[in-house]
Design a protein around this ligand. Structure first.
Ligand code: LMR
Length: 427
């Protein structure tokens, strides 16, 4: 019998000796494939990396940097890694991921003493960070509510649109941001909630809205929750920034807690990318609050079945880091301190950016820089102004005018403010 190597050598010879048909038919498979559009967020990082200018600044992607502009690994994470090094095998996790990590993660969203956790009414699985959690939910929604649509705020994180599009769930939008006040368009939001067909699905940012940095007040959340009850809408919370809004993960879960108090059966995506700095570890959680334990068991089994052909089971390392930190009171306290430290540095940079712009004599109002919360400042700059920042000053950010405040440092804030002033002063 001919060996596999001999066969493949023969094929290679035939292809290289001018059997045009083989070359043509192989290359014709993909001739209709056009290059994909650049991702509006990750494409900015690619462009930044390709720039060789010494003063370049990246305030595009939402990834925390220290005051020297360097990526940060939290001390609690380093300590957890020291503790787990060599202690575990590399076996598969179950399809639903690490039970210990999921249990700890639910406490952050639903509360340490949540009755729903005690009653085992939450169907929850480890997910590939917040994106993976949203994607799993979108697939689940399509499978079990095939005629439903998803209402998404305008604006939102650009990938939300991709996620529900790929799951083939039709998208509707609801008002959120008021461009003139650079705050919440609460009246229009409420109108959209009231006018949506009863029993609609809404995707809500639990805190530190991306990209605007504008959140409803506690009172407004109560009104939203009340109206959701009246309309029997389903609230799916994407909580990618727990801890980044106020510096306190418990306070940042307020919107979710209000909905729980009001008796909603919610869904929730959680991520440790930002608040534990575990970006590349892809660790998060999807949870769905059910009517009872029996329903939760069924829902969880279906979520696992959706995960199985997509990626089989989630990765181990990040989950182990998270569960090690959250199950140890000392490490958890260290984490809480470090989250607050990150949030505070960003708040400090907001003040500095605004001060710099005002000291330069900018004719525009910049209060929103300090009013907005979380990782992002929705500056109000136009795509053309952003293009000028990039082309003339080597400052990289998304074309919707979003500044990742996590990338602003004592060293670059003056340069950033000057450049913003130059491109906006005559508008
Ligand atoms: C962002 O909005 O910059 C982050 O959530 C990163 C991402 O994946 O888009």
């Amino acid at each position: 019998m001919a060996s596999r190597t001999a066969i493949s050598c023969g094929i290679a010879r035939r292809l290289s000796s001018g059997y045009g048909f083989a070359t043509r038919s192989m290359s014709s498979w993909w001739t209709d494939v056009e290059p994909a559009a650049k991702d509006p967020i990750l494409g900015v990082t690619e462009a930044f990396l390709a720039d060789t200018h010494p003063d370049k600044v990246n305030v595009g992607v939402g990834a925390y940097r220290d005051d020297d502009g360097k990526p940060v690994v939290l001390e609690c994470v380093r300590e957890a890694e020291r503790r787990i090094a060599g202690s575990e095998n590399m076996e598969y996790l179950p399809m639903g991921g690490s039970v210990k990590m999921v249990d700890e993660t639910l406490k952050l969203a639903y509360g340490e003493n949540s009755e729903f956790i005690k009653e085992k009414r939450i169907a929850a699985v480890q997910a590939l960070s917040g994106t993976g959690a949203c994607r799993l939910f979108a697939e689940f929604q399509k499978r079990f509510q095939p005629d439903s649509q998803i209402y998404i705020p305008i604006p939102t994180w650009s990938n939300h649109h991709n996620i529900w599009r790929d799951a083939q769930v039709p998208q509707r939008t609801f008002h959120y941001y008021h461009a003139e006040t650079r705050g919440l368009d609460f009246a229009s939001l409420m109108d959209d909630v009231k006018n949506a067909p009863n029993g609609s699905f809404f995707m809500l940012h639990a805190c530190a809205h991306n990209p605007t940095g504008v959140d409803p007040t506690e009172e407004q959340w109560r009104e939203i929750s009340y109206q959701f009850k009246v309309k029997n809408h389903f609230a799916f919370f994407d909580m990618a920034y727990q801890g980044f809004a106020s510096g306190d993960p418990e306070r940042d879960a307020k919107a979710i807690r209000i909905f729980l108090e009001d008796g909603h059966l919610i869904g929730c995506a959680q991520s440790y990318a930002k608040n534990m700095g575990l970006y590349g570890q892809r660790v998060g959680c999807l949870s769905i609050l059910c009517e009872d334990e029996l329903q939760a068991v069924a829902v969880k089994s279906q979520l696992q079945q959706i995960a199985r052909p997509m990626y089989s089971n989630p990765p181990v390392h990040g989950a182990l880091v998270v569960s090690t930190i959250l199950s140890d009171p000392t490490l958890k306290n260290l984490w809480l301190k470090e989250v607050k430290g990150m949030a505070d540095r960003i708040i400090g940079m907001r003040t500095k950016l605004r001060e710099n712009l005002e000291n330069l004599g900018s004719p525009l109002p910049w209060e929103h820089v300090t009013k907005q919360i979380g990782m992002f400042c929705y500056s109000g700059m136009t795509p053309e102004q952003v293009d000028r920042l990039t082309n003339e000053y080597h400052i990289y950010m998304t074309r919707n005018g979003r500044i990742s405040m996590a990338g602003v440092t004592t060293g670059n804030v003056g340069y950033l403010a000057k450049a913003i002033h130059e491109v906006t002063k005559s508008s």
